[in-house]
Design a protein around this ligand. Structure first.
Ligand code: NDP
Ligand code: 8X3
Length: 251
């Protein structure tokens, strides 16, 4: 029987690439995001290309009621969730602590931390039945803080800490918990961060070759397919030009 992966934030970037990687491997997909049209386009392409089944759920992970309404009452044929990928997230702004916008801070906290907690809690009863796996998407920003990254970095440090806490607390249920912490990856991430300013977004990735969303999908596929007794705890991955969260060598 096909396995089931549930991915938050599957309408673009890593989530979309992870959906494609697992569809190619024959997994059925529960895909979530806010942008219905984009999400349904991803689902319909993958159904056609790989013959897998998909379920699209459109909601905002910041909305506790919506998360539980959608994820804790899955249709019976979708309840055997083997893998939850907590990927939905964003940065908003790159401003000093003094200049940063409070609404941006709250959106990042509500999405990257609270959304991940709600989704994990809502899906957990299904994961327990499957002895499943949680992959949390952190960041190198969750390993070292960088200038003007303040709250985004803090949310990703929280993802690191929550991952470690989940791994310990879920031991009795034989659930694997993994964090993947990528450095710079060219997706819509910087366009969102800079609120549509394409020049600022492009500058983030100029002068070197950043990671691609497919690199993160390959890693997710690897950690999801190790033997049953093995749990990859923590993966930090960067492109060759990046040494840590603060150092990128540009030509
Ligand atoms: P994208 O902007 O391409 O994708 C973000 C995804 O998250 C979209 O599918 C978006 O869907 C979804 N999302 C955002 N906010 C919400 C919300 N409130 N509710 C539901 N879904 C939401 O960026 P990436 O693919 O790069 O980012 C994915 C994750 O990877 C994020 O957690 C990010 O912090 C992390 N990351 C990114 C890195 C990078 O350099 N790109 C590096 C390290 C980590 P929609 O807008 O349709 O709701
Ligand atoms: C995304 C990578 O370096 O912009 O988490 O924080 S970075």
């Amino acid at each position: 029987m096909s396995k089931i992966i549930l991915i938050t934030g599957a309408s673009s970037g890593f989530g979309k690439a992870i959906a494609e990687k697992f569809a190619a491997g024959g997994w059925n997909l529960i895909l979530t995001a806010r942008r219905k049209e984009k999400l349904e386009a991803v689902a319909s392409d993958l159904e056609k290309q790989y013959g897998v089944k998909t379920l699209c759920l459109v909601f905002d992970v910041q909305n506790k009621e919506a998360v539980f309404e959608n994820l804790s009452k899955l249709p019976s044929e979708w309840q055997a969730v083997d893998l939850l990928v907590n990927n939905a997230g964003l940065a908003l702004g790159r401003d000093s602590f003094f200049d940063a916008n409070l609404d941006d801070w709250e959106t990042m906290i509500d999405t990257n931390i609270k959304g991940l907690l709600y989704a994990s809690k809502a899906v957990l009863p299904y994961l327990i039945k499957q002895q499943g796996h949680i992959i949390n998407i952190g960041s190198t920003a969750g390993k070292e803080v960088y200038k003007d990254g303040n709250v985004y970095c803090a949310t990703k440090h929280a993802v690191d800490a929550i991952t470690k806490a989940q791994r310990i607390d879920l031991l009795p249920y034989k659930i694997k918990v993994t964090a993947i912490h990528p450095g710079a990856v060219e997706t819509d991430f910087s366009l969102v961060r800079f609120k549509g300013d394409a020049d600022k977004a492009a500058a983030v990735y100029s002068g070197y070759t950043p990671l691609k969303a497919e690199d993160i999908a390959d890693t997710a596929w690897y950690v999801a397919n190790v033997p049953k007794h093995v749990c990859i705890n923590d993966v930090v991955m960067t492109c060759v030009a990046q040494g840590n969260s603060t150092m990128i060598h540009k030509d």
